[in-house]
Write a protein that binds this ligand. Structure first.
Ligand SMILES: [Zn+2]
Length: 317
């Protein structure tokens, strides 16, 4: 099984969060694993993508040291291996782990170390790391640094850059200089777009992402609003990294059954299925497969076709 879209900070083990807090003398709102799990998961009444993104504050607070970053990366590789995943691309924003003095370069080096330790211990899994630039105000310098760090580490583990965060508040068009630089460096790009309903329509956001050279788009669910865009996605052989449970949590769809992944698949768009955040969305690749088969009408054969799309779109060949 293949996972192309999975966030490190959204997939932390709850037990590890407790451990890291104790080690770093950080006081959490609770010491109880069950209660902490509730705090780390998206609540049912979460109203928007940017409200859901608040769920990441706690895990991010805990991954501010090299050993914490190394550990959580290793553990995610281990968890994925135990789920039967054989190829995964794990993403995170290095700029989020610099609050206590680490440089983005150190953060990425620590994550690479954790990923490599995971792959050495579990040779059946191959993992890549995608470095996320973030949507936000006054953030260009940090994003440009992420691109530099990606260029430096690009290789057998670091495989691409991404743009993540609150799409409705910070439109894709704001990030042109960042992706110009990525293009100049020839870095592979995937961008979260067409994920949130905001002032800028989803298809316009996705067109920007394509103009920035994205070969894959995170979510892209709102493409269906625009026939010309659908044609363009097919012609340009763009792969969508779809995360059904996550889209339900961010209220992009009002029920799992209404998710348009099957419609996108049926019109010929290369869609893949992914977990996005194993802890925050309380999901994993098996739960996603179950939803696709029981609620969205995918056959086993169609599931295999999507896994082939994922294999073809992998950034590490
Ligand atoms: Zn995502």
């Amino acid at each position: 099984m293949i996972e192309l879209h999975l966030h490190l900070d959204g997939s932390l083990r709850v037990e590890t969060a407790l451990d890291l807090a104790r080690e770093q003398k950080i006081v959490l709102p609770t010491e109880d694993v069950g209660e902490l799990r509730n705090l780390m998961e998206v609540p049912e009444d979460c109203k928007t993508l940017h409200e859901c993104l608040k769920r990441f504050d706690l895990p991010i607070m805990l991954i501010q040291t090299e050993s914490a970053v190394e550990r959580v990366t290793f553990e995610l590789v281990e968890d994925l291996h135990k789920l039967g995943v054989t190829y995964a691309e794990i993403r995170f924003a290095p700029q989020f782990s610099t609050a206590k003095g680490l440089t983005q370069d150190q953060v990425v080096a620590a994550a690479i170390k954790g990923a490599k330790r995971g792959m050495e211990m579990y040779p059946a899994i191959r993992c890549g790391l995608i470095l996320c630039c973030m949507r936000g105000d006054n953030i260009e310098e940090k994003n440009l640094e992420t691109v530099e760090v990606a260029k430096k580490h690009m290789g057998d583990v670091v495989c691409a850059i991404d743009l993540a965060g609150a799409e409705s508040l910070f439109p894709t068009a704001m990030f042109e200089p960042v992706f110009e630089k990525a293009k100049a460096y020839g870095l592979p790009v995937t961008i979260h777009a067409g994920e949130a309903i905001g002032e800028v329509p989803g298809p316009e956001s996705m067109r920007k992402a394509l103009a920035y050279g994205a070969k894959r788009i995170g979510h892209g669910v709102l493409a269906l609003e625009d026939e010309t865009l659908i044609k363009e996605l097919i012609e340009k052989d763009i792969t969508l990294e779809i995360c059904v449970t996550s889209n339900y949590h961010t209220k992009l769809v009002s029920s799992l059954k209404e998710h348009p992944i099957k419609k996108l698949f049926d019109v010929g768009v290369k869609v893949t299925f992914n977990s996005d955040n194993m802890t925050v969305s309380n999901t994993n690749i098996h739960k996603e497969i179950e939803i696709l088969k029981t609620q969205l009408g995918f056959t086993d054969e169609e599931m295999n076709i999507m896994q082939n799309y994922a294999r073809e779109a992998a950034f590490i060949k």
